[in-house]
Design a protein around this ligand. Structure first.
Ligand code: ADQ
Length: 463
């Protein structure tokens, strides 16, 4: 069996893997030979060209350091200030500094140069996410003829948003150098196909550009999932129960409404707080009997737009507190820190409602983890954004348009008033779907496609 080489922006660190994705990919590497390649997390003046190979908790990891300047242009710059907002259709929050592209390209070249000497001819290379779109091109330019797959964890943009990205033609040409491109949801495949089919050379800003040949690249949806059975076990573990008991002491018989997200503008946090504010304003009977807990650890906080989202959220939570709190009742708690999976599983289990309302999201694993953690005899309700990839596989959630805070507020009310029978019915269907889309099967399915290739697909190794 061929070896598997996983490539991602960061290599996994020491200690237990934090997320389901890292656990699933470790499992792949424990069952098949191979290694994980990526950035070490270290910035140095003059990074060595060759990768360091280490054994980290039984996992073979090859990693390189980067210079501060390159890393800034590649990570905070092109990846997270241009690609992330554009792919999430937030061009208003993008900072279009096209020179960052050079740093982005340079880092992908450094990845390719350090990875190439470690590759055997029949290794299968699986590249993860938008930081590394050009990697296959760069490897192929150096002569690699391996099968290579790319998985996009975030949504694929509409053609208009794509056109706003500097060097988008090169990026799309880079995608055509993979044998397999995996997306989260069908809507992403549709958006990609729309670009691939309608790319009209003469419309590229008046330049004559050769159309991109995607004929040797298979593109399909491989929706990621979590490990819902592991969450079911975790949610009744001693660590989870400790968290549940702590919360119960504070909440009494108030019903918990829960949000768990990285603090990111794509997650729709201000809109969510506004919907909750409307719920309290329009349903006086619910005051003192519900409590919103929003857990949102800061991320990418060197980027201005992230700081602004954080400030907005601080102000909104303060407003709701000022308006509705009483000396002996608080409408919400806002916690800016990350919790371990057992504590999260406990919180998910005790929540009557999970508010998963991103404005746009590749998948959203919180939705999967919440479903996995429910008590089958008294399950909570999932209020889910239509614009999360998860909406395609969880139609039994209460689907909302997160931009419409009246609608979200009404869905919240329905969730709180939902009879036990309906909660059980909806949850049983959600759990079935979460199990069907579990993360282990996701990894196996992507790798099977990549290893075997489509029936009429010669490898994308042409020059
Ligand atoms: P993210 O944008 O990070 O991932 P998500 O899918 O929700 O979004 O994954 C978040 C993970 O981080 C979950 O496993 C969750 O448990 C964990 N997490 C979130 N908040 C936490 C907290 N406060 N404490 C501890 N853990 C927390 C990107 C894409 C998504 C896609 C995933 C996987 O943006 O759309 O689903 O990759 O492909």
């Amino acid at each position: 069996m061929s070896r598997i080489v996983i490539v991602s922006n960061r290599t996994p660190g020491k200690g237990p893997a934090a997320g389901g994705l890292a656990v699933a990919l470790r499992k792949v590497l424990s069952e098949r030979e191979g290694f994980w390649f990526g950035w070490s997390g270290k910035l140095t003046e003059q990074p060595a060209r060759d990768a360091r190979i280490e054994d980290i908790d039984g996992l073979k990891v090859a990693q390189i350091d980067l210079s501060r300047e390159d890393h800034h242009a590649y990570y905070a710059g092109f990846s997270n200030s241009i690609l992330w907002p554009s792919f999430h259709l937030r061009l208003d929050l993008a900072t279009i500094e096209s020179h960052w592209y050079e740093g982005y390209r340079r880092v992908n070249q450094q990845f390719a140069k350090a990875l190439l000497p470690l590759l055997k001819p029949d290794d299968v290379v699986w590249v993860h996410d938008y930081h590394l779109i050009p990697l296959a091109s760069e490897l192929r330019q150096l002569g690699a003829r391996n099968r290579m797959g790319f998985y996009l964890h975030i949504p694929f943009p509409t053609t208009d948003a794509l056109y706003a990205i500097p060097h988008h033609e090169e990026l799309m040409r880079d995608l055509s150098r993979y044998d397999l491109v995996g997306m989260q949801a069908k809507r992403d495949v549709v958006a990609f196909t729309e670009f691939a089919e309608h790319q009209a050379p003469s419309t590229f800003g008046g330049h004559k550009v050769q159309a991109i040949d995607f004929s040797r690249t298979e593109v399909d949806a491989f929706p990621i999932g979590s490990d819902p059975d592991a969450f079911a076990r975790l949610s009744v573990s001693p660590a989870a129960t400790k968290m549940v008991n702590r919360m119960k002491r504070v909440l009494g018989d108030q019903r918990l409404i829960l949000g768990v997200d990285r603090l990111d503008y794509s997650k729709g946090l201000p809109q969510r707080v506004e919907a909750y504010e409307k719920l309290l304003a329009n349903n006086a009977r619910l005051r003192r009997s519900v409590h919103l807990l929003q857990v949102a650890p800061p991320s990418r906080d060197s980027i201005k737009e992230y700081q602004e989202t954080s400030d907005t959220l601080d102000a909104m939570c303060g407003r709701v507190m000022g308006h509705f709190a009483e000396p002996d009742w608080q409408p919400l708690t806002y916690v800016k820190r990350a919790y371990g999976q057992p504590s999260l599983a406990g919180l998910y289990r005790m929540a009557r409602v999970a508010l998963v309302t991103p404005l746009r999201d590749g998948m959203n694993l919180v939705a999967h983890e919440f479903v996995g953690s429910q008590n089958p005899d008294d399950p909570g309700v999932l209020v889910l954004s239509r614009f999360a990839g998860a909406a395609e596989i969880f139609p039994e959630g209460l689907l909302v348009n997160p931009f419409d805070t009246d609608e979200t507020s009404e869905a919240l009310r329905m969730a709180l008033d939902m009879p036990l029978d309906e909660r059980k019915q909806r949850w049983a269907a959600l759990m079935k779907s979460a199990q069907k889309h579990n993360v282990d099967d996701w990894a196996v399915s992507f790798l099977n496609h990549l290893t075997q290739g489509g029936p009429d697909k010669p490898s994308a190794t042409r020059d």
